[in-house]
Ligand binder design. Structure first.
Ligand code: FMN
Length: 182
């Protein structure tokens, strides 16, 4: 039995990355639970706010979900050939206070997938996450890759994953990551 926390790095209602995360819920191997976390409501990191008020409620919630999970799936968009600031901002908040990093991230299993409109399907964004995952002492899974390119051809207007080949790749990815997390 593995519990995976999935987080989409997009705030957009019609986000392809949020749609990809929802699609992952439908292709899980038996005995795997996928919880959907959110970065919505997390303010920009401000050390003064942290010093005066501690962590915002949205950060505390996501942090608690992460601590309870066997593995974390980051579903990342790509902005300007790198990772989105809003997503990195959320992870930065989760890394506070620094004394909590071993408890929240240390040795925790992580995987990264993503969808973009471009032809390379978040390859540069996924690569940009690597130093972050390394710095935080996570245990990343590299057993498969999933880079969904030309996302508007893959999801329909309601965000359903229509492409059978991508669904198959997603199922294989989730099976591999779930086995790693179990
Ligand atoms: C600021 C910005 C930069 C972008 N840069 C890239 C990029 O480097 N590569 C790419 O494939 N798509 C890029 N895009 C297009 C995104 O892939 C597209 O907006 C996608 O829908 C974002 O993910 P989402 O649907 O989950 O919000 C960019 C979009 C924005 C808003």
């Amino acid at each position: 039995m593995a519990t995976i926390l999935g987080i989409s790095g997009s705030l957009r209602g019609g986000s392809f990355n949020s749609a990809l995360l929802r699609a992952a819920s439908g292709v899980l191997p038996a005995g795997t639970e996928l919880q959907i976390g959110t970065i919505k409501g997390i303010p920009l990191y401000d050390g003064d706010v942290e010093a005066a008020q501690g962590l915002p409620a949205a950060v505390e919630r996501l942090k608690a979900q992460m601590i309870a999970a066997d593995g974390v799936l980051l579903v990342t968009p790509e902005y300007n050939n790198s990772l989105p600031g809003v997503f990195k901002n959320a992870i930065d908040w989760l890394s506070r206070p620094a004394a909590d990093i071993p408890r929240v991230f240390g040795g925790r299993k992580f995987a990264v997938i993503g969808a973009s409109q471009g032809g390379f399907g978040t390859i540069l964004s996924q690569t940009a996450w690597l130093p972050v995952l390394k710095t935080l002492g996570t245990n990343p899974w590299f057993g498969a890759r999933l880079q969904v390119s030309r996302a508007s051809n893959v999801f329909d207007a309601s965000g359903e994953l229509g492409a059978a080949q991508v669904r198959e790749q997603l199922a294989k990815f989730m099976a591999g990551f779930a086995a790693f997390c179990a």
